[in-house]
Design a protein around this ligand. Structure first.
Ligand code: AMP
Ligand code: MG
Length: 402
């Protein structure tokens, strides 16, 4: 095996990784638990929303023509025909010329009326109501099916369901929502130097930071992380843990051991059990990344440095998950900013720079590779595309927020 990586561009790596994606599998979940899932089929409304003309304010239903010219000084005097009850469509109240009826917000507009005057602009004097402001035709009225029509496609597949979406799904009568099954993602940390979080590292040892970080990010991205602990840089240990993880997971991530050192097992073990599709990506940080496949399942070797692993997670694993979930739009929070200083970059690789963002100004947070503190002192990443020798101070950048 060559000691050098044969790097490919990020778009090429994304093309390769996407091809390893297992097809999304749909399942039904109750609407109240559907937020944070990806919609797997279109949702149509089973009724008109609203199903009747309704008031958007507390007030008096009127014929708009009766209120023409009404003012504090010269109010229109209308006869009250009663109060509209909520939740019934019995339609007993009829409003004719010279008449009005009280109705609360959301109440059904009585027959004959075509507008509602807010209660604030009215005064009751027994059965007579003083209307002090004119109402135009349709004022303060939400028409039947103005929101959604029966049979209308309200949501398309591939949408990340937000909490507010669940309210609309419920209104559309979608009690059980078809969503993509959450991919189970195995996480394996590798390295003789790694110790668990609970241990105090001795000289030469480091705590496993990646497993927690990867698991947390994956949970937020709609996956089920499954932790397989730490394995030593030994071929047998790798093989055993991969054999255990593969049947239980849809995707397996290994961090560490993805380079070309003799102790770097990941590529060797993937090649032995399946195939290495590529080893090395023109990305910084994160060059020593492996994309492989075993038994039709993607197996990705991430670099060990937490910051590098995180960049690869966002740039390479994220598009894979988008495909596995059927997600139409990546779940990245972006913010525009202006660059505070020049950033040089090596042409030919896509470089991710950590930045702090304050008042729309993005300031690079530089630090030696391997530092953890840059991850917490920054707000996100900016990407310098492969063909660029850098970005100039004052240029507009898109920050991928953490
Ligand atoms: P490797 O990719 O195995 O060459 O590791 C590169 C660097 O990342 C080494 O300094 C490792 O100690 C460190 N590293 C590897 N895995 C982890 C991990 N799970 N948590 C924190 N640091 C790690
Ligand atoms: Mg290692």
């Amino acid at each position: 095996m060559s000691r050098f990586l044969h790097v490919v561009s990020v778009p090429e790596a994304v093309r390769v990784v996407i091809q390893t994606a297992p097809a999304p599998v749909a399942e039904m979940v109750p609407v109240e638990r559907s937020a944070g899932r990806v919609l797997a089929a279109p949702v149509v409304s089973d009724c008109d929303i609203p199903g009747f003309d309704r008031s958007v304010v507390d007030g008096f239903a009127v014929l708009s023509q009766d209120t023409t010219g009404a003012s504090d000084a010269v109010p229109a005097l209308l006869r009250s025909m009663g109060r509209v009850a909520m939740g019934t469509g019995d339609g007993k109240i009829l409003v004719r010329a010279g008449e009005c009826a009280y109705l609360p917000t959301g109440g059904i507009l009585p027959k004959g009326a075509d507008a509602v005057v807010m209660v604030e602009y009215t005064e009751e004097a027994g059965d007579t109501i003083l209307i002090k402001k004119p109402a135009a035709h349709g004022e303060n009225v939400l028409l039947r099916d103005e929101d959604f029509k029966s049979g209308e496609t309200v949501f398309s597949p591939g949408r990340w369901i937000t909490p507010q979406d669940t309210g609309v799904l419920a209104a559309c009568g979608c009690a059980a929502v078809p969503v993509a099954k959450k991919p189970v993602v195995g996480i394996i940390s590798t390295g003789n130097e790694l110790v668990p979080v609970t241990a105090l590292p001795s000289p030469g040892q480091v705590r496993d930071a990646n497993a927690s970080m990867l698991a947390a990010w994956l949970s937020e991205y709609g996956c089920i992380p499954r932790l397989y602990g730490i394995v030593k840089d030994e071929q047998e240990a790798f093989e055993t843990v991969i054999e255990r993880a593969l049947p239980e997971c849809d995707l397996v991530l290994l961090s560490g051991g993805s380079s070309k050192d003799d102790r770097d097992m990941t590529a060797r073990v993937i090649a032995g059990k399946g195939e290495v599709l590529l080893h090395g990506i023109a990305i910084a940080p994160g060059k020593p990344t492996i994309i492989g496949r075993i038994a039709e399942k993607p197996v990705i070797g991430l670099p060990g440095h937490p910051a590098s692993a995180f960049v690869v997670l966002i740039a390479i694993v994220r598009p894979l998950l988008d495909t596995m979930l059927g997600l139409q739009k990546p779940l990245l929070r972006m913010l525009r900013g202006t660059l505070a200083e020049n950033i040089p970059s090596q042409r030919g690789r896509e470089e991710y720079i950590r930045v702090r963002v304050e008042n729309g100004v993005a300031t690079p947070v530089f630090g030696k590779s391997g530092l953890l503190n840059t991850l917490v002192r920054s707000d996100g990443l900016i990407c310098i595309p492969a063909g660029f020798e850098g970005l100039e101070k004052g240029s507009e950048v898109e920050v991928i927020l953490w």
